[in-house]
Design a protein around this ligand. Structure first.
Ligand code: PLP
Length: 563
């Protein structure tokens, strides 16, 4: 909350409401490290969208769940396995309660929803309000009070109720507060029930609802889409929506939230060009646009890097296109700013894990949601070869990432990485940093030298951590998938692993990874620092100037919101 703004937050909200035209609904939103209202990349994107909207004075309101107990706090036990804890935060400390209250009928019970208000302060004093929905109210049945506690928890019925609180409760709260947006943006299918609520106000006028709705899809695989069996839908939502009508919008044997969102949205967006093509193939007949994701520069630039840009490229915070002139940054200053960011990361590694890493090692970073398709184990596929490379060109490997509690494959990957780290101990430093989140993400994408990404194409819809790295002059070494197909200029902005054709065998990608890392990337790092710094500046100028949230939100504003 920007306490320096005049007037109470509620008064400032009241003054802003009449001009707000666009509502953005997202299951999660990454506002600040202390507020656990996010799980990962989807939430970071929502947060960066809010930050850029505030900078650009786009008249938007953001709606999400309060998630009082967060997603999960990750600990690693003695055996190298993930242990999950609640990750609570106190809304009282960071947000203001608002007086409005609405009900959604779930399982036949009235579930009351109340809003908390947070303001994202833009660079020029404009604010983007964020409304966080809470069902933990004494008037609710005890079974419903915890609905908005944990992000992505529970069974089908639980998730559907959370999505009803977000979509239906979200639209009702906005109306109760006096908002009257023309446009509703669903960040992923979780918010799709909002379209049903709009339809309730305009019975039968599907076309009018489509004109109001924008849908950004993030999932390039069928299995990734939320689906709810019809009997669960009937039980949970039967007293709230006409399930028979719902079935006509979603002609499948279960309620597929992506289908519903597609059916009721007039503008559908994929999060990178390849992802839009993949989605269009998955949903024949739907036009899928491609506004590629971006990251909010002032949020993700390491302090030393931001200070460097402030000195040499003033206005980059508001107009990141100016980073195109990064070629003019003095080499010494670029390297000194990078070294400072690296020292901050190494200090954190030492403070957390007690491992003091030599500053002469090239730092290879890998931080992702731990799940099968991201292939977190690819780097450890051939430990002998990894050690041979390390012998010629020394490195250290930093790894972080949480696995969803139900993702046994992701959890196995975390355990495997710990076993490999143990096996390599004394020869090659592999450090796993617990509890990947916004603050650690910033330190890692600011302070590593090389940012590794090994998804199985075409599963990485976009990916944004590599954009954060590039903004900081950290060079990407990545499989050609998601945004990297647009960002990679081989040997200039970073490097590709393999040819991105897809369908490469696992072993081929591992071989390509070792070849590029061992023959090209690390020899350059240790052997030609001037050329390396040249590439860092290339990454900033070509990628930082393009893959930012300001560009993304300007495009959403002109192509989607004002269409
Ligand atoms: C940026 C970010 C992500 C998303 O990064 P990907 O490259 O899409 O995996 C996830 N989690 C955190 C904490 C982040 O900061």
């Amino acid at each position: 909350m920007s306490k320096d703004q005049p007037g109470s937050p509620a008064l400032r909200l009241a003054a802003a409401i009449p001009r707000i035209r666009i509502a953005y609904l997202s299951m999660e939103i990454g506002l600040r490290p202390e507020m656990r209202t996010y799980g990962g990349g989807l939430g970071m994107l929502a947060g960066d969208s809010a930050r850029a909207a505030a900078d650009l004075e786009i008249p938007m309101v953001f709606v999400s769940l309060v998630s009082r107990e967060g997603y999960l706090r990750q600990e690693i036990d003695e055996a190298g396995r993930q242990v999950e804890w609640p990750d609570p935060w106190d809304p009282e400390q960071w947000t203001e309660p608002l007086g409005a209250k609405v009900a959604v009928a779930l399982e036949g019970r009235e579930v009351w929803v109340r809003p908390w208000l947070y303001h994202v302060a833009g660079r020029l004093g404009f604010e983007a309000p964020v409304i966080l929905l809470d069902t933990d109210l004494p008037e609710n049945d005890p079974r419903d009070r915890t609905l908005t506690h944990r992000l992505y928890a529970g069974d089908h019925a639980w998730r559907l109720k959370q999505e009803a609180v977000l979509g239906i409760g979200g639209v009702r709260i906005l109306r109760a507060l006096g908002f009257d947006p023309d446009t509703f943006h669903m960040n992923e299918g979780h918010a799709a029930l909002l379209a049903l609520e709009l339809l309730r106000h305009r019975p039968g006028d599907v076309q009018a609802v489509r004109e109001q709705c924008i849908f950004t899809t993030h999932t390039p695989v069928e299995a990734g889409h939320d689906r709810f069996p019809w009997d669960v839908v009937e039980r949970v939502l039967g007293s709230e929506v006409a399930v028979a009508d719902l079935r006509t919008h979603c002609r499948e044997d279960s309620l597929n939230m992506t289908r519903l969102a597609l059916e009721l949205s007039g503008f559908v967006n994929g999060v990178a060009k390849r992802h839009a093509l993949t989605s269009a193939r998955m949903f024949p007949g739907v036009r899928v646009r491609a506004i590629t994701n971006g990251v909010h520069g002032p949020t993700w630039a390491a302090p030393s890097i931001a200070a460097l840009y402030d000195r040499h490229l003033p206005d980059w915070r508001h107009e990141p296109e100016i980073l195109v002139r990064a070629d003019y940054l003095p080499d010494d200053a670029m390297w000194a700013a990078h070294e400072e960011a690296r020292r901050a990361l190494l200090a954190e590694v030492e403070a957390r894990n007690g491992r003091r890493l030599s500053p002469d090692l090239a730092l290879v970073g890998f931080a992702r949601r731990m799940t099968g398709y991201k292939r977190p184990g690819l780097l450890f596929e051939d430990p002998d070869r990894l050690l041979a490379i390390h012998g010629r060109t020394p490195m250290a490997v930093l790894v972080a990432g949480k696995a969803h509690p139900a993702d046994t494959g992701g959890k196995a990957a975390i355990h495997h990485i710990h076993q490999m780290a143990e096996r390599l101990r004394g020869k090659l430093e592999v450090v796993f940093l617990e509890d990947y989140g916004m603050a650690l993400g910033k330190l890692m994408t600011g302070g590593c030298d090389i940012w590794l990404n090994t998804p199985l194409p075409p599963m990485e819809a976009s990916g944004t951590s590599g954009m954060k790295a590039a903004l900081n002059g950290v060079l990407n070494l990545s499989v050609l998938d998601g945004w990297w197909l647009e960002g990679c200029v081989e040997g200039e902005t970073g490097w590709a692993i393999g040819d991105g054709a897809g369908g490469a065998l696992h072993g081929q990608d591992a071989a390509a990874l070792f070849a590029t890392l061992g023959d090209t990337v690390l020899p350059l790092y240790h052997g030609d620092r001037k050329r390396w710094i040249g590439m860092m500046k290339e990454a900033v100028s070509k990628l930082g100037s393009t893959f930012n949230a300001h560009r993304m939100m300007r495009r959403y504003a002109t192509e989607a919101y004002l269409r």
